[in-house]
Design a protein around this ligand. Structure first.
Ligand code: BGC
Length: 751
């Protein structure tokens, strides 16, 4: 299709009409030119296609579709191929229902465990979040369905999500909050990006030209189109200029007319409208050309797949040798979730699932079960329920509690990180008679675990989709070996989280900067409940001494790290190997002790060893330099470590010295200091000359203590050049000196 020609045939009104939806879920067709409508719907872990007339509140039921594990658990798999399998199944479901674009994944950073939408997001770490999103996007789009990567950007809380302002400095945005989007866009190449509801530094995402054009298109090369989150449009013409092509859902032509009027009045260059329409049609025809697949949807097969995936998303967080349980022995299953599990969250991702496993039913297939409710689905209990549960626990050989957090939803943040009081009371009571009890916990994000020391084992199931209960049975019974690790830190108390108390506010300052998640706990030496990257298995793994391909490189040189990992236990299992990098001495900006740069999951039979290899590029050593407005590597030594988790005590460390080619000195000004001038190209020479011409300066430059006991060198080093000139007694004027500095800056390319 020649899109340019097609746009040339369109009237102004037709072009403007394409810039807003034609209903809740579709764009407008233009029949005269044969342009079809595009159908899009949620995402991300299942298809929510409403039957009949759509409505945002989901009042009309949606078609039956598989509810796969949610992002929180998926990211805990640290498994790019696993998420790709899920996305390819989603592509089949979407195509079977004529959906062209799936709204997801969401790759916003988990800034706080309180965010109501954490279950839909991957991680507190940008590399993990970005890599998981990229694999999802590639696989979904290879399956013939376009993706809408959301919610761009800095949308990390549900409180005030529609009018709030995320106040974040550029370095923090680039390194933490934009980074997963950058990875997802550059590697996954999504057809569309959904801009978020919130403002960023005062400007709504939909009309944020810096975000939608400078960063997304100019820096990252995005070539799809930007769609608003549902109802996120502010000022339509401004948004179009900023790079927001499509407003969703329909605005009944109001904003389309505003666009056409603005062109007529000369307030909007028609070329900007043409650019938007071209971008949308390019994607539409690219999709039409590639989407020629016939699909057969088998919901039963997808249920099996959902169970297989779910088993790789649940984290074994504690095991005092209790798990796996011998299913041939009698088992007390306690908690209402044992019968009907909590497996998904509320809001736009809520799926109408055709099947649903139950722990009691699945365990009954293996052995004798006694069920006791203990706590109701809403987290309430009473003495009668508790007594019954305690009695059941005393009599049974195995005890499995299935409990969790009842409410995880879009549109509202949690107020606390606590489980319902009824859940805590029940676990305490059962654990007091059966300290060997196992707990399977469902939740969308970390919760406080006051009973952790009293129980025998904990399996964190997250919100594992419609087959979650089956997957719990597979893991608890030992039919499968847990292999997931936490994609987020579990603090002991939510007040230890770095965003506290700057969270859930309308104008919310991201004061912790880049020290998000484990970067914060590492920096302050705080031991959280569970660390990022931590998770147990029924087997054990041993890491060999890692090797690094060079001990010194120039920025940009390839660097390879290898490590042998051996399964030293008695059962087959998978290990998630993590690679971290941190600069040893940071002189320009504070940097995290270490940051995840890559990860790999390896399957190993008992006794088997495999070599895991990682390639590091220059970005692995870089930080965002606000002065240079660029990614910069500062020369120096870096610790590269391979580890089974982010725990500081289990890192196998190596060292590499990197010589920078990207670092540029900060421009010199009259307020620079002598050391800054000395380090600057040509600076040392200039100082030499100044010393000769101004003896007072040389006197100041002595290395020892003066008679007041002061360290003269340290004191002089802190004095600005401007003051030095004054001390030099007018030997050189400020103006002359400013001119010399300007020449040095120009020669160093930092003018
Ligand atoms: C949500 C999006 C969703 C859209 C359409 C919005 O409220 O924030 O994630 O894709 O609705 O349902």
């Amino acid at each position: 299709m020649n899109v340019k020609e097609l746009v040339g045939k369109m009237t102004l009104e037709e072009k403007a009409s394409l810039c807003a939806g034609g209903g809740w879920w579709q764009t407008k067709p233009i029949d005269r030119l044969g342009i079809p409508s595009v159908y899009m719907t949620d995402g991300p872990h299942g298809l929510r296609k409403q039957e009949g007339t759509g409505d945002h509140l989901g009042l009309n039921a949606s078609v039956p579709a598989t509810c796969f594990p949610t992002a929180a658990g998926l990211a805990s798999s640290f498994d790019r191929s696993l998420i790709a399998r899920q996305a390819s199944a989603l592509a089949v479901e979407a195509q079977a229902h004529d959906v062209s674009i799936l709204l997801g994944p969401g790759t916003n950073i988990k800034r706080s465990p309180l965010c109501g939408r954490n279950f839909e997001y991957f991680s507190e770490d940008p590399v993990l979040a970005g890599e998981m999103a990229a694999s999802y996007i590639k696989s979904l789009q290879e399956g013939g369905v376009g993706c809408s990567l959301k919610h761009f950007a800095a949308n990390n809380q549900e409180s005030y999500r529609m009018g709030g302002d995320s106040l974040v400095d550029e370095r923090t945005l680039r390194e933490i909050y934009l980074r997963p989007f950058e990875i997802a866009v550059t590697k996954g190449k999504p057809q569309t990006v959904m801009c978020s509801y919130n403002r960023i530094n005062g400007v709504f995402s939909c009309e944020n030209e810096w975000l939608l054009t400078k960063v997304l298109r100019d820096d990252w090369g995005f070539d799809g189109y930007v769609v608003t989150d549902w109802g996120a449009m502010d000022i339509r013409v401004d948004a179009l200029k900023a790079g927001c092509e499509l407003e969703m859902p329909s605005s009944d032509m109001t904003t389309c007319n505003q666009i056409a009027d603005a062109v007529k009045k000369g307030e909007l260059d028609e070329a900007i409208l043409d650019r938007a329409v071209t971008r949308m049609l390019n994607i539409l025809y690219r999709w039409i050309e590639t989407n020629k697949r016939e699909v057969t949807l088998d919901l039963e097969e997808h249920h099996k797949l959902a169970r297989e995936i779910a088993a790789q998303t649940m984290v074994l967080a504690k095991n005092n040798g209790v798990l796996p349980l011998d299913a041939k022995k009698s088992t007390a299953i306690i908690g209402a979730y044992g019968k009907k599990i909590m497996f998904q969250g509320g809001g736009s991702s809520h799926i109408n699932n055709p099947y649903e496993d139950s722990v009691v039913d699945e365990w009954s297939k293996l052995g004798e079960v006694v069920y006791a409710e203990g706590v109701r689905a809403d987290g309430t209990t009473d003495d009668a329920l508790i007594n019954e549960a305690v009695e059941a626990a005393k009599k049974a050989q195995n005890v499995l509690l299935v409990v969790g957090s009842p409410m995880e939803t879009e549109g509202a943040d949690r107020k606390e990180m606590t489980l319902p009081a009824g859940v805590v009371k029940l676990v305490d009571a059962v654990a007091s008679v059966r300290p060997d009890c196992a707990v399977a916990l469902t939740c969308g994000a970390p919760v406080e675990l006051p009973f952790i020391d009293k129980i025998g084992a904990l399996l964190v199931a997250y919100l594992g989709g419609q087959a979650a209960a089956g997957a719990i049975v597979d893991l608890v019974s030992g039919a499968k070996n847990p292999c997931a690790k936490f994609a987020e830190t579990w603090p002991v108390d939510f007040r230890h989280n770095p965003s506290h108390p700057n969270y859930a506010l309308k104008d919310v300052e991201y004061r912790e900067g880049v020290f998000v998640g484990y970067r914060h706990y590492d920096m302050h030496g705080i031991n959280p409940r569970f660390r990022f990257g931590y998770g147990l298995s029924y087997t054990t793994f041993e890491y060999g001494e890692p090797t690094i391909s060079a001990s010194a490189i120039t920025e940009g040189d390839p660097l390879t790290v290898s490590v042998d990992v051996k399964n030293t236990g008695g059962v087959a299992g998978a290990e998630i190997v993590q690679l971290y990098v941190g600069q040893d001495v940071c002189t320009n900006v504070p940097r995290p002790v270490k940051e995840l740069k890559d990860f790999a999951k390896v399957w190993l039979e008992p006794g088997e060893t495999k070599t895991v290899k990682f390639e590091l590029d220059s970005r692995a050593f870089a930080y965002w330099n606000d002065f240079a407005k660029a990614w910069t590597v500062d020369s120096g030594s870096f610790t590269v470590s391979v580890a089974p988790s982010s725990c500081p005590y289990c890192q196998k460390k190596m060292s590499v010295t990197v010589t920078s080619t990207s670092a540029k000195p900060r421009p010199l000004t009259l307020y620079s200091t002598i050391p800054e001038l000395m380090a600057f190209p040509g600076g040392a020479e200039l100082i030499g000359k100044m010393m000769q011409n101004a003896p007072t300066l040389s006197a100041l430059n002595n290395d020892g203590e003066d008679m007041l006991g002061m360290d003269m060198k340290a004191m002089v080093e802190g004095i600005p050049l401007k003051t030095m000139l004054m001390f030099a007694g007018g030997a050189i004027s400020e103006e002359q000196f400013g001119g010399i500095l300007a020449q040095l800056n120009a020669a160093a390319g930092v003018a």
